[in-house]
Design a protein around this ligand. Structure first.
Ligand SMILES: NC(=O)C1=CN([C@@H]2O[C@H](COP(=O)(O)OP(=O)(O)OC[C@H]3O[C@@H](n4cnc5c(N)ncnc54)[C@H](O)[C@@H]3O)[C@@H](O)[C@H]2O)C=CC1
Ligand SMILES: O=C(O)[C@@H]1CCC=N1
Length: 269
């Protein structure tokens, strides 16, 4: 895996969890020697730093049947070009970068290399990720299945058309940030009601994690779970009226559209 920041690190932690069956050790690269050194002593990871070892990325892909590119979108093509002639025959190159198309990654690699885009999210860190997967022109069904199986070791995965990957990023790739923003705002509002920081965090975080777990475990429709809380003529109903006044449908449409627009810009940068 080239790049182990927020997203690469989350995937890597998921892959290192006990019981996950993938070939070890996993070769990874980071930019700084300091972040590579965090893996010192690990039996299951070999980490190299590109700033101190100019061959780090090329060394890491030698012998690899699958390479995950998890650097920033604007670096991905440079990194692809850098490793191009060090890749093994039959390798699958997976990019998690927002925006950047399979075609542009394919153009940076030797002809015929299988490229697959994956759009994961950070709950992969705890085995609860959600990933959308789309194959490029040289990726076979078997390649896509291999990548899907890999991401299923850190959560759930679906195969989509590449034209839908930006939409996956808008919904689930970025989605955890929307929920964390909600929690931040709920904590701030609780504090304005007079709770101290610890109390506000316990109330807001406990509610969100408990409600998410209830949604996951009950298998109920979210609208039904909402109705279960919303007694007719009760208190929740009043808050829901106020929230619905903000027209969340239109707000989400605008937020997701802005997200998709940024993916399109990243593809062109
Ligand atoms: N953060 C997220 O929730 C998600 C991110 N992504 C995608 O994941 C990719 C990485 O994003 P983040 O993890 O958020 O960024 P980040 O900045 O946290 O991580 C980037 C990583 O790349 C490494 N790096 C930089 N230059 C390098 C080089 N020349 N060779 C090898 N490694 C190098 C850095 O040391 C760092 O480990 C992006 O393309 C982003 O679009 C996709 C889905 C979700
Ligand atoms: O913010 C970003 O660009 C990345 C892509 C999806 C989530 N984080």
């Amino acid at each position: 895996m080239l790049g182990v920041g927020s997203m690469g690190g989350a995937i890597l932690s998921g892959l290192r969890a006990p019981g996950v069956q993938i070939p070890k050790p996993i070769s990874v690269t980071t930019k700084s020697a300091r972040s590579a050194a965090e893996f010192d002593g690990a039996a299951d990871v070999v980490a190299l730093a590109s700033e101190t070892d100019p061959e780090a990325n090329r060394t890491a892909v030698k012998g690899a049947g699958l390479v995950i590119l998890a650097v920033k979108p604007w670096m991905i093509l440079d990194v692809a070009r850098e490793i191009a002639d060090a890749l093994e025959p039959g390798v699958i190159v997976v990019s998690v970068a927002a925006g950047v198309t399979c075609a542009s990654i394919e153009a940076a690699l030797p002809a015929g290399v299988a490229v697959v885009r994956a759009m994961p999210n950070t709950p992969s860190l705890i085995g609860r990720g959600v990933t959308g997967i789309a194959g490029g022109s040289a990726a076979s069904e078997a390649d896509i299945d291999t990548v899907k199986a890999l991401f299923e070791t850190v959560g759930s995965a679906i195969v989509v058309r590449e034209s839908q990957i930006n939409d996956v990023a808008a919904v689930s790739g970025s989605g955890p940030a929307y929920l964390f923003l909600y929690v931040e705002e709920m904590i701030a509002a609780a504090k304005r009601l007079g709770f101290d920081e610890d109390q506000a965090r316990l109330l807001a975080e406990g509610t969100v994690t408990g409600a998410a777990e209830l949604l996951a475990r009950s298998g109920e429709d979210p609208a039904q779970l909402r109705r279960n809380v919303t007694s007719p003529k009760g208190t929740t109903e009043q808050a829901i009226f106020v929230l619905q006044d903000a027209n969340w449908g239109e707000l989400f449409d605008r937020a997701l559209a802005a997200n998709v627009r940024r993916s399109e810009e990243l593809a062109a940068e």
